[in-house]
Write a protein that binds this ligand. Structure first.
Ligand code: GAR
Length: 208
């Protein structure tokens, strides 16, 4: 299985994925890292690990669909089986989502469906919630909405600051995102309506 990571920022989730591939916890090839920002530290992390990178500048496209069309051409040329959004701060167009049905997953820093959007950690903290966490889900045409693959709860203590809560949530993300990629690689994720069934190891087919 060949997969690509799309990232816009620091890339700590990308780093967790790179490390998991190195340790053999993900039995798949991270073939490409794409960013919509040339300032993304994620690109540096990929380069240091010897992974092919691509910076695709939104300024060079007239609209989001033409951007996504180019992106999908590249991913198909690279024979990518799974696309992982790891802090990719750009909404995918319906065109792109349709081009890769149930082949795109996203990590989000809250227990969805609570605290969707761009600042899931801050929104949960400000709301005063006692439990939040991290979610990995399949991507559909609505933001932070597709079927949930894995979730990891994180307790908010009275001593937490936005920063300490952020650290705990990132740790949870770094645990469940590589795990979800490996489950996909093993062919163990079956989507029934909104429910993702995780198959036992012996029932799998690894024909990705
Ligand atoms: C992660 O917390 C991820 O869940 C979030 O961006 C951060 C990227 O961190 N994504 C979203 O909020 C998407 N709605 P990273 O660049 O260090 O991996």
């Amino acid at each position: 299985m060949r997969f690509a990571v799309l990232a816009s920022g620091n890339g700590t989730n990308l780093q967790a994925i790179i490390d998991a591939v190195k340790k053999g916890e993900i039995a798949a090839e991270l073939a490409l890292v794409v960013s919509n920002s040339d300032k993304a530290y994620a690109l540096k992390r990929a380069e240091s690990a010897g992974i092919k990178t691509l910076f695709l500048s939104p300024k060079e496209f007239t609209n989001p669909q033409s951007y996504d069309r180019q992106l999908s051409i590249t991913l198909k040329e690279e024979k990518i089986d799974l696309i992982v959004l790891a802090g990719y701060m750009r909404l995918l167009t319906p065109y792109f989502v349709k081009a890769f049905p149930q082949k795109i997953i996203n990590v989000h820093p809250s227990l969805l469906p609570s605290f969707k959007g761009l600042q899931g950690i801050k929104d949960a903290f400000t709301y005063g919630t006692k439990v939040t966490g991290a979610t990995v889900h399949f991507v559909d045409e609505m933001m932070d909405h597709g079927p949930i693959i894995l979730q990891e709860p994180v307790r908010v203590s009275e001593k937490d600051t936005l920063e300490t809560l952020g650290t705990k949530i990132h740790e949870a993300e770094h645990k469940i995102l590589p795990k979800a990629i490996q489950l996909f690689a093993e062919g163990r994720l079956k989507v029934k309506r909104r429910t993702v069934v995780i198959l036992e190891k012996e029932h799998t087919n690894t024909s990705h």
